[in-house]
Unconditional design. Sequence first.
Length: 120
Amino acid sequence: MLTIFDSALSTVGLKHLLPHLDTAERWERRLSEGEKQNLTFARVLLQRPQWLVVNGALDELEPLARERMEALLAEHTAAGVINIGQDSAQHGFFTRKLRLVLDPHGPTFKPSDDPVILSA
């Protein structure tokens, strides 16, 4: 019987870890950086947060892995996703771009003057 944990790991490409879930091990040493990042996305699927701040995590992925994770987030979560990092507008996943500007009344978020490409 497939559990929600099995499903989450399989969805993010970590199905090969399923037989080892009960193994006590130094997982931070065993897993590659890519596997650690995929494990983070599996946690998102399990925890279903309302907001997700990826802080450049998508920028570090290979292009195909990035597309897969963006599709996963769009399909499996209803979370608002905030990326603090490189300009990701060209990828089509993020539909808005904000910038933090100094204002005499304090820091505020304002829409960027840069045109943003919206995907259909």
